[in-house]
Design a protein around this ligand. Structure first.
Ligand SMILES: C=C(O[C@@H]1C=C(C(=O)O)C=C[C@H]1O)C(=O)O
Length: 197
């Protein structure tokens, strides 16, 4: 039996079939946010990465001074400022609060892991540790208003289809994956909860 008989499709039909397949393929692609929303998400992820990078400096400074990793009065002070700035930027206060609480958690996770590691290694003090109050906390304080501006962007694009999926994918590229990426996951969690898939 010839091929022509087993597959009796008129040559002209192939074009229609190819077009139909192409269209079906397009519909199967998950939606992507517009470029400017992608840029806003990338900006947020860059800031999260910068904030996580500060944690080892905090850990060094506390290793030398013996200060506790948990500093609840410092967290409360940041949250007061956050509440004020969030209101001015039109960011939902509960969202901002939860977001920063997760950033504290991620930072403390890194600090605890490092202290644990240094304890195991029997590490002595660092020769030239950064000063927590004078050098390290000011870096975090400079990031806070930038993060709040970025939260305003995130809030604006929260309903954009595919924004959560895009953030998750880009986090793997733009945010450090130290300690098996656990601090990264903690830091992006409040954003993933907010953004549409
Ligand atoms: C970074 C510090 O350690 C912890 C984490 C904080 C943060 O991420 O901003 C704030 C206070 C501490 O509970 C610090 O003491 O400054």
């Amino acid at each position: 039996m010839s091929l022509r008989k087993t597959l009796p499709i008129h040559p002209g039909r192939w074009l229609a079939i190819a077009l139909a397949l192409l269209l079906a393929g397009c519909q199967m692609q998950p939606p992507e946010p517009p470029d400017e929303d992608k840029a806003a998400i990338d900006r947020m992820l860059g800031l999260l990465d910068e904030r996580l990078d500060v944690a080892p400096l905090v850990a060094q400074s506390k290793w030398n001074s013996g200060a506790p990793i948990e500093a609840p009065e410092r967290e409360a002070q940041i949250l007061d400022q956050v509440a004020e700035d969030a209101e001015a930027a039109g960011v939902d206060e509960d969202f901002a609060r939860r977001f920063f609480e997760k950033q504290f958690e991620a930072s403390k996770q890194i600090q605890r892991r490092l202290h644990h590691q240094w304890l195991q290694e029997g590490r002595s003090t660092f020769a030239d540790p950064p000063d927590l109050a004078e050098e390290v906390r000011p870096v975090l304080d400079r990031l806070t208003p930038q993060l709040i501006d970025s939260l305003a962007d995130i809030q604006r694009i929260a309903a954009v289809e595919g924004s959560g999926r895009y953030l998750e994918r880009r986090a793997a590229e733009l945010v450090q994956d130290d300690f098996d990426g656990e601090p990264r996951n903690v830091s992006i969690q409040p954003l993933l909860e907010r953004l549409a898939r």
